[in-house]
Design a protein around this ligand. Sequence first.
Ligand SMILES: NC(=O)c1ccc[n+]([C@@H]2O[C@H](COP(=O)([O-])OP(=O)(O)OC[C@H]3O[C@@H](n4cnc5c(N)ncnc54)[C@H](OP(=O)(O)O)[C@@H]3O)[C@@H](O)[C@H]2O)c1
Length: 289
Amino acid sequence: MAGMGERPLIVVSGATGAVGRHVAALLEGRAQVRLLVRDVGKARALGLTGEIVAADYADRPLLDKAMTGADAVFVVTANPLRPEHDENLLAAARLGGVRHAVKISWLGVADPGADDLIARWNRDSERLLHTSGLDWTVLRMRSPMSNTLAWAPAIRQEGVVRALGGDARTACVDPRDVAAVAVRALTRPGHEGRTYALTGPEPLSPREQTRVLSRVLQRPLRFEELTLNQALDGWRRKLPEPVAHALAEAAARRGAVAAAHPEDTVAAVTGRTARTFATWAGDHTAYFR
Ligand SMILES: NC(=O)c1ccc[n+]([C@@H]2O[C@H](COP(=O)([O-])OP(=O)(O)OC[C@H]3O[C@@H](n4cnc5c(N)ncnc54)[C@H](OP(=O)(O)O)[C@@H]3O)[C@@H](O)[C@H]2O)c1
């Protein structure tokens, strides 16, 4: 643990993920950073530098080692069928002397009617954190804007976006803004025991996002609405059946819930207004060209 005047040691789990990679970059120079990844090659390819430790969330002995002497941890887990990943990370953190855990969750859990596998898993993970014995901060985020990277191959090859719920608006958030909030919580006092709702500044539908991308890329793009069954088929090709089914359940509820409501938490915590989708798209054109 950091002594007086020393920089704190912060463990960043999921450092190759949508938010984690930006947490890692923002912490550079502000703290001693230990990046927890399962694929060191992927981490290096993303440009991550510094202390990189390979550990799967299933591997308690490696996690115990990685947490030793750390002051704070950024927690991201990604598999709703493996709730033990959160248990392992938090138990290792506690054993290693970590004081504060900052965890990514999903803003959908605030919808009392959401009862799919992913909502239940995130709620259970939040409860586990509350009872972990660590100080905690929960960052409940709306869909990261980076989810639209899944559209990139069809945009590049066919000039088309295929998505579900063309007119269902979501206040999607720039993962860099979520990371900026995480870094505040990890490095400054006053965020313990807080649950933050993190969104972007404006509600946007997939059809509207397509128009923004078309403007930014300066090429016409066509939007094709997928049926729920077509979307489910796509998820089934990539994900285990229960997870694909949970995504379909969550999608079916979209429109029924206020996912479009923008919150001002990013600005309140970081002092900077949340980035728009146009800004995110403008900074990521290389992926779509
Ligand atoms: N994606 C969304 O639309 C969305 C929306 C709102 C909230 N959320 C919430 O955000 C959280 C993260 O979800 P995500 O899937 O979007 O994350 P993500 O950005 O894909 O990041 C997941 C990170 O965890 C790492 N990881 C996964 N399994 C691991 C394991 N067994 N051992 C070690 N590292 C492992 C991944 O490593 P690799 O790079 O090696 O895979 C990656 O770095 C979840 O709580 C989710 O509910 C997601």
